[in-house]
Design a protein around this ligand. Structure first.
Ligand code: SF4
Length: 366
């Protein structure tokens, strides 16, 4: 019955999903916006420098799915950036040598090297595909639960089970094989749906069961995490100087992973104290009121915004009026772009120049 209700409630789409990518840009008030989806959060120093150079004096943006965004591009500049990224190469490039990007987000627990290879396998199998909705979210969790909590369309937990839209299915298997099988099962039944929840998890599981046998689940005997530090760019904005230091640390041996909670994890850092000192003042390197704050882009970069959301928020933080325990998401209009899934206070700018706050409980489990 519940599945039937969900099917009945599936939206009727009159357009394909319009998620931007490396080659398909969103035309914003400040120019073209290009989005680059990393493979399990991976980015190389060369890629980071190219993104930062293309952004110019504007910051790079880290999205709530751990993607990179560059704003204010000309069409030619965006094409040139994608072409340059295609030439970088490496084990987990944003774009491969054929210029193919990953059509949907593939995220992974950022501290765990054990997920690097499975994330690459999933992303490489999906590269360049036009039948995969950009809204789809695939997550590989190392057992820590960090990306499991995102309730992604498809999540496979190391040594555990497949979860669909946050619901455990009981199916187990090799991480990459099971994740890809689940994506294919969803694509078979999705019609015009973009997310697993729109068609119901049962229909995807039904597509998987007849073909069970997705390899053995990995049961690592010793899951170890290398030394790592995690830093927080305010509102996901990575400015030129911060990008330069992060890229330098990458050159010195650090492995960079951007996260869906808009932080950057640096694994294999040789001298964490030195790294923090070099990044201090460019990003948040310790406890910060900004850790529970997010915001849409607001005016002047979004024409729909009633106000300069980010400027207003910065003043509120400076005056101690924002940055409490409950996550607060500030937005410039009722569309509330980028509102996170969990419990959140949406602080919405209104046409009369004031803000109103709407508390959202997020997903409620029966
Ligand atoms: S919430 Fe409104 S103001 Fe903010 S980015 Fe979305 S459309 Fe623009």
């Amino acid at each position: 019955m519940a599945a039937a209700r969900r099917r009945d409630a599936a939206p009727v789409r009159d357009r394909p999903d319009a998620c931007p990518g490396a080659w398909r840009r969103h035309e914003a008030a400040d120019g073209a916006l290009a989005r680059f989806r990393p493979v399990g959060g991976a980015i190389s120093p060369a890629e980071l420098r190219l993104l930062a150079a293309a952004a110019g004096s504007a910051p790079l943006e880290v999205t709530s799915r751990g993607s990179w965004q560059v704003r204010g591009l000309s069409d030619q500049g965006a094409d040139d950036l994608a072409a340059a990224l295609s030439r970088v190469g490496g084990p987990a490039p944003l774009l491969d040598e054929q210029g193919r990007d990953v059509p949907c987000s593939v995220v992974a627990s950022p501290r765990s090297p054990a997920l690097d290879a499975p994330a690459r396998a999933v992303a490489d199998a999906l590269r360049g595909r036009t039948d995969v909705p950009g809204r789809l979210l695939v997550a590989l969790d190392d057992g820590s639960g960090d990306v499991l909590g995102l309730d992604a369309d498809v999540t496979v937990v190391l040594g555990g089970t497949l979860h669909l839209a946050g619901t455990p299915t009981g199916l187990t298997g090799d991480l990459a094989a099971l994740a890809l099988a689940a994506v294919e099962a969803f694509l078979t039944v999705r019609g015009e749906a973009w997310r697993v929840a729109e068609v119901g998890t049962e229909r995807v599981v039904d597509g998987l069961r007849p073909r069970e046998g997705y390899g053995s689940p990995e049961h690592p005997t010793s899951l170890t995490w290398p030394e790592a530090i995690e830093v927080l760019p305010r509102l996901g904005e990575v400015h030129t100087e911060a990008a330069a230091v992060l890229a330098d640390l990458g050159d010195e041996g650090a492995t960079l992973r951007v996260t869906p909670w808009r932080t950057v994890v640096l694994r294999d850092v040789t001298d964490p104290d030195d790294a923090r000192a070099r990044l201090d003042g460019l990003v948040e390197t310790g406890p910060s009121p900004w850790s529970t704050l997010s915001a849409c882009v607001g005016a002047p970069r979004c024409a729909k915004s009633h106000t300069d959301v980010r400027g207003d928020l910065a003043r509120a933080v400076a005056e101690g009026r924002a940055g409490g325990a409950l996550h607060a998401h500030w937005v410039g209009c009722a569309r509330a772009c980028g509102t996170p899934a969990g419990p959140v206070a949406v602080v919405e700018g209104t046409s009369d120049g004031t803000y109103r706050t709407i508390a959202r409980a997020g997903k409620v489990c029966p």
